[in-house]
Design a protein around this ligand. Structure first.
Ligand code: NAD
Ligand code: UDP
Length: 341
């Protein structure tokens, strides 16, 4: 297949591009480099021995996006990662998020729909908020979004569903990711947060590497077995595979409706302290940490029921938490070398 990957130089996009190329597909990457760099393209090339065609383009630049589609009239599918993703920043600058995440999606849909190109959309488990039942299945209702970022995912899903209803030949899959972590086994690509990491794993690895004084664990007085919050941490290469399976599923006409949503997680919940212990055991590195106050807005627990995607596509997470954490650590060490160069 020939696949356009928007945001293909970002964290999840780069890992997915590698997997697609390794599986013999042709990848075209569109990214404005706002949260990535050309070094990632080098990483993809060094892993796969192929340099994918790359357009440094902003998705909201309709003219430029139309030109790309006019130039490539044989695109078999689009995987849409390009968006802003920082929850806290979205609270401070909501318009920035609504503009990019919604207008970028609309610009893309305007090209896809007339050409009947299938879409895989990066959604998030944030659409569920604090679900009433664990594990969370896809019938769990959307709760009011806790941030403008989360709301852009809910709106994005609704826009795509409406388009699928209005255009019988347009097909889409909404993938609701749980917590993506880890890096490619070669450590040529990985997660590179801008400034101080907001997410647990990059903060943890930076604390172990000595870039941060210590990991601050946000609260140990939650109603969970050890008092810390529970999440479903999924290896980014497992997540990448879910995108390829989704495209194949649509191409083989296995979909039961024009627009379907699927959870992508491991199905297992792990607490923050379990993550710390698993990291220490699997890397033999001590994690400096202290318990601090709860972080406002954190939900207590979220882990996926993954039966729907397993049954429909035969996809199941393959990597363990320990393997994902080892790969994150390997990337932390390797990226320090890259920075030093
Ligand atoms: P990322 O920031 O690493 O990657 C996004 C990429 O898109 C970046 O390379 C950025 O430069 C590019 N981009 C942003 N706006 C663009 C625009 N207007 N035009 C062109 N390129 C643009 O993020 P990620 O972690 O790889 O996330 C990918 C997608 O998955 C996002 O939609 C995100 O909301 C979603 N998601 C991420 C997580 C997570 O924890 N990482 C969880 C759930 C959902
Ligand atoms: N967390 C933490 N310290 C940090 C970052 C995160 O204790 O520096 C906790 C956070 O409270 C949550 C879990 O780790 O319980 C996962 O947080 P992350 O921001 O990675 O993902 P999300 O909250 O979006 O699920």
């Amino acid at each position: 297949m020939k696949i356009l990957v928007t945001g293909g130089l970002g964290y999840i996009g780069a890992h997915t591009s590698v997997l697609l190329i390794e599986q013999g597909h042709q990848v075209i990457i569109l990214d404005n480099l706002e949260n990535s760099s050309l070094r990632v393209l080098d990483g993809i090339a060094s892993i796969t021995n192929q340099r994918p065609l790359f357009y440094q383009t902003d998705l909201r630049d309709r003219k430029a996006v139309v030109e790309i589609f006019n130039k490539h009239t044989d695109i078999d599918g689009v995987i849409h990662f390009a968006a802003y993703k920082a929850v806290g920043e979205s609270v401070e600058q909501p318009l920035k998020y609504y503009d990019n995440n919604i207008n970028g999606l609309i610009a893309l849909l305007e090209c896809l729909i007339p050409q009947e190109i299938p879409l895989i959309f990066s959604s998030s488990c944030t659409v569920y908020g604090q679900a009433d039942r664990m594990p969370i299945d896809e019938t769990s209702p959307m709760k009011k979004a806790a941030s403008p970022y989360g709301y852009t995912k809910q709106i994005g899903e609704n826009i795509i569903q409406d388009c699928a209803l209005a255009n019988s030949s347009f097909k889409a899959i909404l993938l609701r990711y749980f917590n993506p972590i880890g890096a490619h086994a070669t450590a040529q690509i990985g997660e590179t947060p801008n400034g101080e990491p907001q997410n647990l794993i990059p903060y943890l690895t930076q604390a172990v590497a000595g870039k941060r004084t210590e990991l601050r664990i946000f609260g140990d007085d939650y109603d969970t077995p050890d008092g810390t919050c529970i999440r479903d941490y999924i290896h980014v290469m497992d997540l990448a595979a879910a995108h390829l399976e989704s495209l194949l599923y649509l191409h083989e006409g296995k979909n039961s409706s024009a627009c379907e949503c699927f959870n992508v997680g491991t199905g297992k919940g792990n607490s923050v302290l379990e993550v710390v212990k698993t990291f220490e055991k699997s890397t033999q590195k001590k994690v400096p940490y202290s318990i601090v106050a709860r972080r406002p807005g954190d939900i207590v627990q979220a882990y996926a029921d993954t039966h729907k995607i397993e049954k429909a596509m035969g996809w199941k997470a393959q990597y363990s938490l320990a393997e994902a954490l080892q790969s994150a650590w390997k990337w932390e060490v390797h990226s320090a070398h890259l920075e030093a160069q």
